[in-house]
Design a protein around this ligand. Structure first.
Ligand SMILES: Nc1ncnc2c1ncn2[C@@H]1O[C@H](COP(=O)(O)OP(=O)(O)OP(=O)(O)O)[C@@H](O)[C@H]1O
Ligand SMILES: [Mg+2]
Length: 770
């Protein structure tokens, strides 16, 4: 039996309107949990199924890689359901035969492989893989298609080198982190080094500009790009080259953007160019078989520190609409029902956000009655706050066996808060830190990737320097410095020197044999790059370089752990090859460089998730703990004197509250040691903005009372039928979709709207028949 008879049934009237809108611009604005992301996802399926749009003509921008993955999975599910219906002959015969054939063969193919779904960074990295060689940089820098993507730590080490080694500046006075941030800011506004100086015509401005200039030169000579370049260079390329823009404009007939309120100006420029082909006059735009569809919520704009600007969302209709009198109704849909949170949670969120002055009022109605009480817990200090969380987690899990550890999230304002919470829960509760040390940030993974990057892009000097003596092979720093200075004097990449035996023999003295061996190893694998599957290349180079052996020799737990992680990298490569059309090594490396913290989030693993409020955007959890509501921490002290920044903190708090589906716990401490010093803390001003009658300030009972249920089928263990409507204490109303097993061992699969399907043992959880 198909789970949904028609996939549009899973949408309300306004969502359906948004999904069925075919051509032209459409803006969906709505509050948290109102089904924006769901509408966007269904729209993709609808374009393919009902308008026969080719998947490769659809560009969908998500905020995280994880969201992209989920979207693909959801679309696959819709196709699978459709396929099931086809087999039952329900509706396909209504279509003309050629369409039936087309649809069937489409559905059987792995359609989502051909969709362009991803973050801005991953999508435009892919476009640059095709076209970067056509980019004309005003400074004459060039990149080729095998470019390497530098992550934050690569970029910072480059900046640090420039500051200390090249410009001989004091890195205490000119903090490389700060400089890197300034460069990033400049890039996010489309500024060149000269623009920075013009904006800031003083000594500091000159230093930033100079470091920026040198940084860019070195990126280019390493054939590398940083994250900001992945957006900025396509924007410049599209502006300078009509035919390339025309090509991608033609390719992307339907553009969809989630979380549009957090786009910055350059990202906006890219979207605008792709949608309009650079046509400045709105009346000349031709929307035949084309659309741009964006969804967002100005109340959830929380990335202004990355130059995100929610006025972009507010200006959408002005940018893309035709300005005729009925434009407003044609180009905007509002969603007004919240499907995620219990009514009391929603009311608390709505009341809080009303304190912001800079907002457009909107309606957000609950669809799910009142849930468990919201508690605000006052802890003595941060350690006791951790104990509180631990107690609640254990109690709730114990009382509600159907709650998995993966159903809980703990949200905090800054990463530093996680340590104490971890300490409190680590012995009993499996947890994961989202945004802690990422898989791809671990040393062994970065080393392995550096080998692979060097194979595909020998000019990548950062990678080369990372592994030239890793594992130790007797190439000392002095030798390396000698080789580097030769490459700098000749103005050629370091690899050019290293791969030439004669040069090495001249420069490297006693270490020359080692350098030559290293160069030969790399060259041998380079020559085989196209013949061997990526996984074999990885295995081969890790063995032959002695890297794996070195770890084995160490014999410590830590080394063992690193070996395990390298195995995990193998799996990541295999999985990538299976899931992606572009399964080249370059494709994998780009993907790895872009993998964000959130990719670690794997609900199937059943772990409590700890993350910052920023990282929680777009996600949802049955039970949410929002901790550290103290003045100076949340809202953050830097925002206290700046009304606009304070409003952004309040939006962040709104985001936090609205992640909760069933239950919300808020906490603050009377005293907190953070970043080394212990200080008294006063409750966050946001707490006083919450409706008093909806927040319970006493301690929650350690063992929450079980609600007495009338007419439960608990313990009877029989007579359950598919289609039974039931009420569950945590998940609310649902429908039994499957009865699994029988007698004592009967379990039920229950579909809860807005939550999903849960397998429940009716003997343990009381289910009320309704
Ligand atoms: N019409 C609907 N009927 C039932 N459930 C729905 C409906 N629309 C959305 N949902 C469910 O409501 C929850 C919130 O939806 P979704 O994540 O799409 O909201 P959103 O507007 O994107 O939220 P956010 O602003 O936090 O990104 C999800 O669990 C989703 O499956
Ligand atoms: Mg969303």
């Amino acid at each position: 039996m198909p789970v949904e008879t028609d996939f549009l049934d899973g949408l309300n009237e306004s969502q359906r309107q948004a999904v069925q809108h075919f051509c032209g611009p459409l803006l969906v604005v709505a509050g948290a949990g109102s089904g924006k992301t769901r509408a966007l996802t269904y729209r993709i399926a609808y374009l393919i199924l009902n308008h026969q749009v080719n998947p490769e003509n659809i560009l969908a921008v998500t905020f995280t890689n994880k969201a992209a993955k989920e979207m693909k999975e959801r679309i696959e599910l819709i196709f699978a359901q459709r396929l099931a219906q086809e087999k039952e002959g329900e509706r396909l015969e209504l279509l003309p035969e050629h369409k039936q054939v087309k649809l069937r063969s489409r559905a059987y193919q792995d359609i989502t492989k051909h969709l362009w779904i991803g973050t801005f960074h991953s999508l435009f990295a892919r476009i640059l893989r095709q076209d970067i060689n056509k980019y004309q940089d005003p400074k004459g820098y060039q990149w080729d298609r095998n470019f390497t993507i530098y992550d934050e730590s690569d970029a910072q080490s480059l900046v640090k080198n420039i500051v200390t080694k090249q410009l001989n500046l004091d890195d205490k006075k000119f903090n490389p982190r700060y400089l890197r941030y300034s460069i990033s800011n400049a890039k996010n506004q489309g500024f060149y080094p000269e623009d920075v100086l013009a904006q800031q015509p003083n000594y500091r401005g000159r230093v930033i500009s100079e470091v920026y200039q040198e940084y860019q030169a070195q990126l280019a000579s390493n054939n590398a790009l940083d994250f900001d370049d992945l957006i900025l260079i396509p924007a410049r390329l599209f502006s300078q080259n009509e035919s390339i823009l025309g090509y991608w404009h033609k390719q992307f007939q339907h553009i969809l953007v989630d979380e549009y309120q957090d786009t910055n100006r350059i990202q906006y420029q890219l979207i605008n160019l792709l949608a309009t082909n650079g046509e400045p006059k709105k009346q000349n735009l031709n929307w035949e078989n084309r659309s741009i569809f964006v969804v967002g919520d100005a109340d959830q704009s929380i990335y202004s520190f990355r130059m995100a600007d929610f006025t972009i969302l507010l200006e959408f209709q002005q940018d893309f609409g035709d300005g005729l009198p009925d434009d407003d109704t044609r180009t905007m849909v509002k969603l007004e029902e919240n499907y995620r949170s219990r009514e009391n949670i929603l009311e608390v969120a709505n009341t809080l956000i009303e304190n912001n002055s800079e907002r457009i009022d909107k309606i957000l109605k609950p669809t799910r009655g009142y849930g468990e009480e919201i508690y605000c817990y006052k802890a003595e200090n941060e350690i006791e706050e951790g104990q509180f969380i631990r107690r609640q987690l254990l109690t709730l899990q114990n009382e509600n066996p159907e709650l998995n550890w993966g159903d809980f999230a703990i949200l905090y304002r800054t990463n530093a808060q996680s340590r104490v919470i971890e300490e409190a829960i680590r012995d009993k509760i499996p947890y994961q830190i989202i945004g802690g040390l990422k898989f791809y940030d671990r040393k062994e993974i970065k080393d392995a990737l550096a080998y692979l990057r060097l194979l595909t892009n020998p000019n990548d000097t950062v990678s080369l320097l990372r592994i030239i003596n890793t594992p130790r092979r007797g190439i000392g720093q002095k030798t390396i410095d000698q080789l580097i200075s030769a490459s700098q004097e000749l103005g050629v990449p370091l690899w050019e020197i290293i791969r030439d035996e004669t040069s090495v023999n001249t420069l490297a003295g006693r270490a020359s044999k080692k350098v030559n061996e290293f160069a030969k190893l790399i060259q041998r694998y380079q020559a085989n790059l196209d013949q061997l599957p990526a996984v074999e290349i990885l295995d081969g180079i890790l063995s032959e370089s002695g890297y794996r052996q070195d770890l084995q020799n160490q014999g410590t737990d830590e080394a063992e752990n690193r070996i395990e992680n390298l195995k995990e990298l193998d799996s990541a490569m295999t999985q990538f090859a299976e899931e992606n059309e572009d399964n080249s090594l370059e494709g994998f490396l780009a993907n790895a460089a872009l993998a964000s913290d959130l990719d670690n989030l794997n609900e199937k693993e059943e772990k409590v998730s700890l993350m910052t409020l920023h990282a929680a955007k777009g996600l949802e959890f049955p039970v949410v703990f929002m901790v550290g509501l103290e003045q100076g921490l949340f809202p953050n002290r830097r925002t206290l004197d700046d009304p606009a920044a304070l409003e952004e903190e309040r939006r962040l708090c709104y985001v936090g509250i609205t992640r909760a589906q069933e239950q919300l716990f808020i906490s603050h401490a009377e005293e907190r040691r953070l970043w080394g010093s212990r200080e008294p803390a006063i409750p966050s001003q946001f707490l006083s903005e919450l409706p008093e009658e909806l927040v319970n300030y006493s301690s929650p009972p350690i063992k929450p009372r079980r609600q007495e249920k009338k007419d439960t089928k608990k313990d009877t263990g029989q007579n359950w039928q598919v289609g039974d409507r039931v009420f569950h204490k945590t998940f609310g109303e649902g429908t039994v979709t499957h009865v699994l097993g029988n007698g004592e061992k009967t379990n039920l699969a229950v579909q809860f709207p807005g939550i999903g399907r849960k397998i429940i043992d009716p003997k343990i959880a009381s289910l009320e028949l309704i």
